[in-house]
Design a protein around this ligand. Structure first.
Ligand code: ATP
Length: 382
């Protein structure tokens, strides 16, 4: 199967905006998508992901900005003239038609020759591995199989761009993983260009070449999975990328390139992200897996805590520890800790990110004042 009936080399969103009444659901989205890329739009509920996708699809008119396929402006075209394929979370299959007829439907609407319809449909059935089920009705299929029909129905039309809105959210955990691989396989083997909406950071990181993180209708960061994982640009993105420990602290004069932070007598050192001056209020972000437990010889950012809650997670444990003064620390460790254990925690300075505290907003996981109660004296390096 070849793709790209209306092949393009670049799709550009320029200042794309959408208002609903007085609310900006999407503000000034600038994004250039290269042909062949897999882009994930990621962010919490209500951040504007679906709005962005629907603007691209032509299902929602823009209230500002423009969309270009190379030199051709397309935001003024109706959905059917954009030539995009769409896959949504409710598969919207025709219940009275067989799998094969569902997949062939769009080709029939285009009044293509019968032989071509048959050939392309069979190829699409094979691609999504539904040969044994092609004569069944959708109601006789599992959720994952139905989702494969929806995907086949979209790609059989050889769209220049495939838009997917949370396509796996109705599936159970195991199927989600399987279909994730399937979607990436199809994207690669068909040379598709895909824009994929999800609120699941793990799904986005594993699927996409580039991620666009949205918050309250605005782009926070665009980058590769690795960039977003290791270097979020602000604490909101960090929060979304799995930095579960977010502690409000105050910065101090820094040793070398690092920055020292403190709250009520406790000092830690970390890596500043963005402008942080001595005396500023900051948000410290640490991933649970970067908090070490009873590490022999650890001297950086060490402090005592007591393990309170432990969750079994296969080879590792997810634990919640608390210092004597009440700071809550999320930990992920392969050490066999148990509630009541007194441990020494440590955090490598490069894994402790220090962000400017941008507004009066505070991280939900670290209410203001939580860190103030800390009494342990950490060891300092540098
Ligand atoms: P979710 O993950 O929950 O689907 P989302 O990131 O896709 O969320 P959108 O559906 O794009 O978010 O919505 C963005 C904002 O725009 C929300 O605050 C939402 O309430 C608002 N919104 C979306 N559609 C409409 C509409 N038709 N009329 C009014 N407000 C809307």
């Amino acid at each position: 199967m070849t793709t790209g009936t209306q092949a393009f080399s670049q799709l550009r969103l320029e200042g794309v905006s959408r208002r609903f009444g007085s609310q900006d659901a999407l503000s000034d989205l600038d994004l250039t998508i290269e042909a062949g890329e897999f882009i994930a739009l990621l962010g919490p509920s209500g951040c504007g992901k679906s709005t962005a996708l629907n603007c691209l699809a032509g299902l929602l008119p823009l209230t500002g900005g423009s969309i270009w396929q190379d030199e051709r402006r397309i935001d003024t075209l109706p959905p059917e003239r954009r030539g995009f394929g769409m896959v949504f979370q409710n598969y919207a299959l025709f219940p009275h038609m067989s799998v094969r007829a569902n997949i062939a439907f769009g080709l029939r609407m285009r009044r293509l020759p019968k032989d071509e319809i048959r050939g392309r449909t069979e190829e699409a059935v094979r691609l999504v591995r539904l040969e044994e089920h092609a004569n069944k009705l959708p109601g006789q299929l599992s959720g994952g199989q139905q989702q494969r029909v929806a995907i086949a129905r979209a790609v059989v039309l050889e769209p220049s761009l495939v838009l997917m809105d949370e396509p796996l959210s109705n599936l159970d955990a195991k199927l989600r993983l399987e279909m994730r691989t399937e979607i990436r396989r199809l994207h690669q083997s068909l040379g598709l260009t895909t824009v994929y909406v999800t609120h699941d950071q793990e799904e986005a990181l594993s699927l996409a070449d580039r991620l666009v993180v949205l918050r309250a209708g605005r782009v926070q960061q665009v980058g590769s999975p690795q960039e977003l994982h290791t270097r979020p640009v602000n604490w909101h993105v960090a929060d979304f990328m799995g930095f579960r420990n977010l502690w409000p602290m105050r910065s101090q004069a820094s040793p070398e390139d690092l920055i020292a932070v403190e709250a009520d007598g406790i000092r830690l050192v970390g890596d500043p992200v963005g402008p942080v001056a001595p005396g500023d209020e900051v948000i410290v972000a640490v991933r649970p897996e970067d908090v070490r437990v009873d590490e022999p010889g650890a001297t950086t950012n060490t402090f005592a805590a007591e393990i309170e809650v432990v969750e079994y997670q296969g080879r590792e444990l997810a634990a919640e520890a608390r210092t004597a003064a009440g700071l809550r620390v999320h930990v992920r460790t392969d050490k066999r800790v148990a509630p009541g254990d007194r441990v020494t925690l440590s955090i490598p300075a490069q894994r402790l990110l220090v962000f400017p505290s941008d507004s009066d907003e505070r991280p939900a996981t670290g209410p203001a004042g939580q860190a103030d109660a800390m009494v342990e004296e950490p060891g300092l390096v540098g």
